[in-house]
Write a protein of this length. Structure first.
Length: 222
């Protein structure tokens, strides 16, 4: 079809070029998700603390990160940080740190919305029991908020997995890089990009379908 040979992709090519890139993409997604949720939760709590000393820096960070394209942040960190510290840190480590810092801004908004979805009466009840702000959040608000946020957090994780293809800009060996390398070596760049798109579509569509099912289950339980 249109001169394409989609049969060039064999298990030998997959094991040599694609699998390692896929594993890095998954690893980057998992680490960036966990790190982003932890940092994002801290940012959300800072913004909701009522203290300007905490809220203003968190707001500037979140709004600043959300206003800059991810690929620019990746390039800035990869090119500028080695200049500041005097030594290179590697594409993979640079990508990991950048994704955690960038995704934290988006997870922060998700967490903040989840916390604000909890009835104010429960917050007041915790205060009436003599709980501090931290105890109230840790024992009452956050457990309920995270349950409400699970589908949205998973959806953002799927978007994060798609965005991992941007590390190609700094030479990190991800899933897209694996397909591209195989395509260049075997002289099939068009087929490699097409197959990469198919793999991304199948993975992300399957995960989106699972999130949709999970969301319906949670809605029924509520």
């Amino acid at each position: 079809m249109f001169g394409l040979d989609l049969t060039f992709l064999s298990w030998d090519i997959l094991s040599k070029f694609v699998i390692s890139g896929f594993l890095f993409s998954v690893q980057l997604t998992v680490i960036a998700t966990l790190g982003g949720i932890v940092l994002g939760t801290l940012l959300a709590l800072m913004r909701l603390s009522g203290s300007k000393l905490l809220a203003i820096p968190a707001t500037v960070y979140v709004n600043g990160m959300r206003s800059i394209p991810l690929v620019m942040v990746i390039l800035w960190f990869f090119l500028l940080v080695p200049t500041l510290i005097g030594r290179p840190i590697g594409a993979e480590l640079s990508a990991t740190i950048t994704f955690i810092a960038f995704e934290a801004a988006y997870f922060s908004e998700i967490v903040r919305a989840g916390i604000q979805s909890i009835s104010r009466g429960q917050v007041n009840a915790g205060r009436a029991l003599g709980m501090t702000y931290g105890q109230n959040m840790r024992l009452i608000i956050l457990p309920q908020a995270f349950r409400n946020m699970v589908p949205v957090l998973l959806t953002q994780t799927i978007i994060l997995f798609q965005d991992t293809s941007l590390v190609y800009a700094i030479g990190a060996y991800d899933l897209l890089k694996g397909f591209t390398t195989a395509g260049k070596i075997y002289g099939r760049p068009e087929e490699s990009y097409l197959l990469a798109a198919v793999v991304y579509f199948v993975l992300c569509y399957s995960l989106s379908w699972m999130v949709k099912r999970l969301n319906s289950r949670i809605a029924i339980i509520r």
